[in-house]
Design a protein around this ligand. Structure first.
Ligand code: KG4
Ligand code: ZN
Length: 325
C-alpha cells in the first residue's frame, strides 16, 4: 500500500492507494474557513494548521482504508511546488513515518499529481492523452505519453484560472474560494450580458490578469447598487470568458497533437460550465470526481506509482521546493 501526504497549500490531505490504482481512502481536511476572512491563503497560518492536523488526518486515512502503518510499503509526499512552510510539514511528517520503519519515500511533484489523477481506478485513462490542469496556483495544458512524466504545451503567463475566479469573486463581493461562488451564481445569470476580453498571449498560453481588471472597471462603472442587481449576469459573463479561454487552448492542443483523449484536473475542473464544455467535445473525456480534482493526496499516490522511490535513509536530507523544478 502507498500512504501519501499532501500539504502544499491550504488542505491537509492523506490517502491510501493500492499500487494498482485503487483508492482505499482519500481524506481532505480543508482549512478554507481559517483563511476565508483574509480573502486568501495566509502561508504562516496554513503551515501551523497543517502541523495541528497532519497526524490526525494520516491516522484517519489509515483507519478508513482498514489498514495499519505496518501494511504500508511506500510513503509518498508532495515535494513542491507550493507554500514552503506548508510543504515542509507534510514532507517532514512523511519522512518520519517512513524512516521509523525503514520504508522508501517518494517525493512527488504536485502538478504531476494533478496530471495523473485520472490514471486512478475505477476508470483509468490510457496514454497518450492531454490534460488541462486549472487550479488556484497553476493553469497549463500537458501531454502525457507515459505517466512517469508530462510535457507542458502551454501555461498561463500571469494569473491561474482559479486565481481569476477567486479575484473576480472578491471584486463581486463574494466569499472565498471564489470559484464555487461564481459557479453557483452564474447559473442564474446571462453569460452574454457583459463582454469581457479573451486574451491570446500565444497559441497554447493563457492570460487572465486583463480579464480581472476588466471586471474591476465594469463594477466601478456600474456602481454599488447596479453591481448588486446584476451580480449574476456579471458572474455568468466572467465565468464564460474564463471557460472560453480554457476551451480554446484545449481544442487547439487536441487538434495540433492529434490526441483524442482528454483529462481535466485542478480545482477549476469542478466548474460546472467547464465540465459541460468538455463533454460537448464529443470525445472520451476524464472528468474525475471532485475529491480528485481539488488538492488531495490520492493524486500524489497516483504519481508516486510512476516516480522513482528513494530508499531509506537517502531522503532524510531532502528539501521541499516552493517552485516547479
Ligand atoms: O486545485 P485546488 O484545490 O488548489 C490549488 O492547487 O490551487 O484549486 C483551488 C481553486 C480555487 O481557486 C477555487 O476557486 C477553484 O479551484 N475552484 C473552482 C470551483 N471549485 C474550486 N473554480 C471554478 N468553479 C468551481 N466550481
Ligand atoms: Zn493543486
Amino acid at each position: 500500500m502507498i500512504l501519501a501526504i499532501e500539504t502544499s497549500c491550504d488542505d491537509t490531505c492523506a490517502a491510501v492507494v493500492h499500487p494498482d490504482g485503487e483508492v482505499r481512502s482519500n481524506v481532505i481536511a480543508s482549512q478554507g474557513l481559517l483563511h476565508e476572512r483574509y480573502g486568501g491563503v495566509v502561508p504562516e497560518l496554513a503551515a501551523r494548521r497543517h502541523l495541528e492536523l497532519v497526524d490526525a488526518v494520516t491516522a484517519d486515512a489509515l483507519e478508513r482504508a482498514g489498514i495499519g502503518l505496518d501494511d504500508v510499503r511506500t510513503v509518498a509526499a508532495t515535494r513542491g511546488p507550493g507554500l514552503i512552510g506548508a510543504l515542509l510539514v507534510g514532507l517532514s511528517s512523511a519522512k518520519a513515518l517512513a524512516a521509523a520503519r525503514g520504508l522508501p519515500l517518494v517525493p512527488v511533484d504536485h502538478l504531476h499529481g494533478h496530471v495523473v489523477a485520472s490514471t486512478l481506478r475505477p476508470d483509468p485513462i490510457e496514454p497518450p492523452y492531454l490534460c488541462l490542469v486549472a487550479s488556484g496556483g497553476h493553469t497549463f495544458v500537458a501531454r502525457v505519453d507515459d505517466p512517469s512524466s508530462y510535457e507542458r504545451l502551454g501555461s498561463t503567463v500571469d494569473d491561474a484560472a482559479g486565481e481569476a475566479f477567486d479575484k473576480g469573486a472578491r471584486i463581486l463581493g463574494l466569499g472565498y474560494p471564489g470559484g464555487p461562488e461564481i459557479d453557483r451564481l452564474a447559473r442564474a445569470g446571462d453569460p452574454r450580458a457583459f463582454a469581457f476580453p479573451r486574451a491570446a498571449p500565444g497559441e497554447l498560453d493563457f492570460s487572465f490578469s486583463g480579464l480581472k481588471t476588466s471586471l474591476l472597471y465594469r463594477v466601478r462603472e456600474l456602481g454599488e447598487e447596479e453591481t448588486a442587481r446584476r451580480r449574476a449576469d456579471l458572474a455568468a459573463s466572467y465565468q464564460r470568458a474564463i471557460v472560453d479561454a480554457l476551451m480554446a487552448r484545449v481544442e487547439s492542443a487536441l487538434d495540433r497533437e492529434r490526441v483524442e483523449r482528454l483529462a481535466i484536473g485542478g480545482g477549476v475542473a469542478a466548474n460546472s460550465e467547464l465540465r459541460s464544455a468538455v463533454e460537448r467535445l464529443g470525445m472520451r473525456v476524464w472528468t474525475p470526481p471532485l475529491a480528485l480534482c481539488t488538492d488531495n493526496a490520492a493524486m500524489i499516490a497516483a504519481a508516486a506509482r510512476f516516480t522513482e522511490p528513494l530508499p531509506y535513509p537517502e531522503y532524510l536530507g531532502l528539501d521541499a521546493m516552493a517552485r516547479a523544478a
